[in-house]
Design a binder for this molecule. Sequence first.
Ligand SMILES: Nc1ncnc2c1ncn2[C@@H]1O[C@H](COP(=O)(O)OP(=O)(O)OP(=O)(O)O)[C@@H](O)[C@H]1O
Length: 265
Amino acid sequence: MKDTGDITDAVRLTAVRKVYGRRDNQVVALDGVTTRFGRGTFTAIMGPSGSGKSTLLQCAAGLDQPTSGSVLIEEQELSEMNETALTKLRRDRIGFVFQAFNLLPVLTVRQNVTLPLRLAGRKPARGRVSTVLDQVGLAQRSNHRPAELSGGQQQRVAIARALVSEPAVIFADEPTGALDTRTARDILALLRHASQAAGQTIVMVTHDPVAASFADRVLFLADGRLAGELDSPTPQSVADRMTHLGAFADDGPLPRLVTSRGGQR
Ligand SMILES: Nc1ncnc2c1ncn2[C@@H]1O[C@H](COP(=O)(O)OP(=O)(O)OP(=O)(O)O)[C@@H](O)[C@H]1O
């Protein structure tokens, strides 16, 4: 009974460990992380500063190599791939959305969205670009340049660019970090919709409990280890966990510092 359509996760990490530096100044950024990101799920990753969130994202996306452990994307083991194959995998099967929108100013919205595919020598399926532009609410702006758009609209372009090739997973690193609260919510609602309506797998790093509450599940990291997870999160339940994590993660005299960061402004 091998129906890979049913059994594969988009991404699976097993005992992922990442150590930076050499002998005398080693930093253990990830310390044995095992988790999975099921197809079509939307997961937020949270944790105090320095807990390993970015490192987890980088290792899961094949941008950085774990010191040990396994990362599978659609059942492909990243550590067995050479740099050329990894580059191709990242290009074809992974979408990225960052805090900075990373759009090319001289290109139109439509050209920005299709650029990664064109660089890969591919053409988007007919109608696909219009579909994603419609999905992100920018169908009327396809010939505009980024400078003519608001920050929220620019992030929508970046999301359309990530969605266009229907990747196995979109990794989003603080995608709403540069946006005002209301625009941030629209963007988060859009990501949630992409996951729920189109089955897009999304993994998002955030510091913001409200942002995390848009996900189906929140993974908490502390000191490079998984420190629990929460299904159907609410801003309050996420903030409560972060408060406790601050206390776990910081044995020093000022655990409250982490608490107040959890309630980010
Ligand atoms: N290139 C590197 N060289 C050495 N240490 C590193 C490197 N990158 C990250 N680290 C260390 O690894 C640990 C985890 O860092 P990481 O950036 O993953 O944390 P984070 O949870 O994303 O933090 P933040 O919320 O502040 O962005 C930290 O102690 C950090 O200083």
